[in-house]
Design a protein around this ligand. Structure first.
Ligand SMILES: NC(=O)c1ccc[n+]([C@@H]2O[C@H](COP(=O)([O-])OP(=O)(O)OC[C@H]3O[C@@H](n4cnc5c(N)ncnc54)[C@H](O)[C@@H]3O)[C@@H](O)[C@H]2O)c1
Length: 342
């Protein structure tokens, strides 16, 4: 590891507090100097809890601070692209939570600035850093299951977010399935050419009234011929359901849910085990730490970041393709959303 790096965090909500905690306690070689939030109380509380010396209301205090090497953007989605552009212009490396933006044009502009100013930018797809999914990807890429034929991802949340959030989130395909689209590309190691989505309202009629679905299945056709399916539900009564499988000519890899222990209780009445972790914070703690550790490592050693801006763009394009497919009841090619992605 090279010299100690100095970080600034923008946004002290759910995910900002999580990264602040990890960067201050779990990742070596970093000093977090400032956290900002438009709700100053939120920034101050987080600073107090994690020992970050400065809390600011205005993120420009981070941008204009020459000591700060990189920014971690954890504010609301609609602010990401502007912060990326601003950070790039002042020569700061960038870690940005997903999605970069909901608008593809805005993503392109942000990525152009990153390219132009030669800073590093990594997108926040934490699941790639989960030890199970990372191992699956490694085995697939080493050819251990032969030629991949089929991919299956199951991804179900324990409870839906508030309706107010659903109205601005971009919908299930851009807010929730976006992680699974990235996982699909990661596990198969190839690009999707077409998606076919089907959705229903099964969990809460209010979600339907807000113009979204809460239950969905998407079929993906990859350029290399692999066929994939992803299923999402906003409500699994047994907890956070995160499973994946890749099947190929020479075998299969899969990974099951994680829970706090591996204990089975066997009695005359049956065999039981505890429920999976409740949600993403519990299930993916180690993955979030590894994700930000690898970003810091890439900045410190001037090596490529493991998740690129283009990865971030692909996930959003897939989200829009699935949204269109679901609305129009037909397969949609990625090139319909972005003609640049043939
Ligand atoms: N990778 C993941 O697993 C994951 C999980 C949750 C959220 N996210 C993403 O992280 C982002 C934040 O989500 P969250 O759940 O933490 O939301 P949140 O609402 O809990 O927190 C967002 C915070 O950003 C602050 N904010 C808004 N505009 C700001 C600005 N201009 N400057 C500074 N702060 C500003 C808000 O006041 C709020 O405190 C979203 O883009 C979301 O998609 C990613």
């Amino acid at each position: 590891m090279g010299k100690e790096l100095t970080a600034g965090i923008i946004g002290a909500g759910r995910i900002g507090r999580l990264h602040a905690d990890h960067l201050t306690r779990r990742v070596p070689g970093v000093r977090v100097k400032t956290i900002s939030d438009v709700i100053l109380d939120a920034a101050q509380n987080c600073a107090r809890e994690t020992g970050i010396p400065n809390a600011e209301e205005d993120a420009s205090r981070i941008m204009e601070d020459e000591e700060i090497d990189f920014v971690v953007i954890c504010s609301s989605t609609d602010t990401h692209a502007a912060f990326i552009k601003e950070a790039a212009r002042v020569g700061k490396h960038i870690f940005c939570e997903k999605p970069i933006a909901l608008d593809i044009g805005e993503i392109d502009q942000a990525l152009e600035e990153v390219e132009k100013y030669g800073v590093k930018m990594m997108g926040g797809f934490n699941r790639r850093f989960d030890s199970n999914f990372a191992r699956m990807q490694q085995l697939v890429s080493e050819g251990r299951i032969g030629e991949p034929h089929l991919l299956k991802i199951t991804s179900r949340d324990p409870a839906p977010p508030p309706i107010e959030y659903i109205k601005v989130s971009g919908g299930i395909f851009l807010d929730m399935m976006i992680h699974d689209f990235d996982m699909a590309r990661f596990l198969v190691g190839d690009e999707v050419k077409e998606v076919y989505a089907n959705g229903a309202v099964k969990v809460d009629p209010e979600i339907g009234k807000a113009g979204d679905v809460d239950t969905a299945v998407v079929t993906l056709t990859f350029k290399n011929g692999v066929i994939g399916t992803i299923d999402n539900s906003r409500k699994a009564v047994y907890g956070y359901d995160q499973r994946a499988e890749v099947f190929g000519s020479g075998g299969m890899v899969d990974s099951e849910n994680m829970s706090e222990n591996r204990v089975h209780l066997a009695t005359g009445g049956g065999i039981s085990e505890d429920l999976p972790y409740y949600f993403f914070v519990e299930r993916y703690t180690d993955a979030y730490i590894e994700e930000i550790r690898q970003f810091v490592d890439a900045v410190a050693n001037d090596t490529p970041v493991p998740v690129t801006g283009l990865d971030g763009k692909y996930a959003v394009v897939l989200g829009w393709a699935a949204t269109k497919s679901c609305r129009e009841h037909r397969p949609v090619k990625l090139s319909e959303i972005d003609p640049g992605l043939e």
